[in-house]
Design a protein around this ligand. Sequence first.
Ligand SMILES: [Zn+2]
Length: 181
Amino acid sequence: MSESIYARLQQALPSIREWIAQFVADHRENGVQLSALAEPALLRCFPVEVLAGTTVVALPEVRFPPVGEFGLPEFAQMAEMPLAGITFDTTFFVKAGAQSQSLYFHETVHVVQWEHLGFDRFLLTYAANMIGREYVQNPLEAIAYSLQGEFEAGKLSGSPVDRIQTSASSAWSSVSEFFPS
Ligand SMILES: [Zn+2]
């Protein structure tokens, strides 16, 4: 019998980490500090350290890491899905032409999640919450889309950071039993 998807996820972590580090390094020279792109409405939402510590890179196409190649065929189809943006730790990639304050807001929610959970725990939480769900039902996406809607409608009052951190912790708690170490 083959190993559980959770065990394979954990085994794939070093490869995914390495792929992300290389991808970020390959595009670093094209990065722009988020604080240079953010307009006042966005600047008001996040601490200055987050905005100054986040790098934005525009690319012709944005995709998930090729997780199908890392012993996770269950995610191979998802990895082909074209995206408007994706966040890796403190760098996010956006599709050229799709840039907007709203998209930057969404990806900054993910930056806060990465920082709160830590690198490996973010990846495990994100991937484990994809199993049996649609992409938008992943709680790490659901909160990002929900807050993005409030941001677009001008209904976001105060900083969303606490809400992002609380929901990220509960997304991790809902799957942490599958990763005993
Ligand atoms: Zn997202």
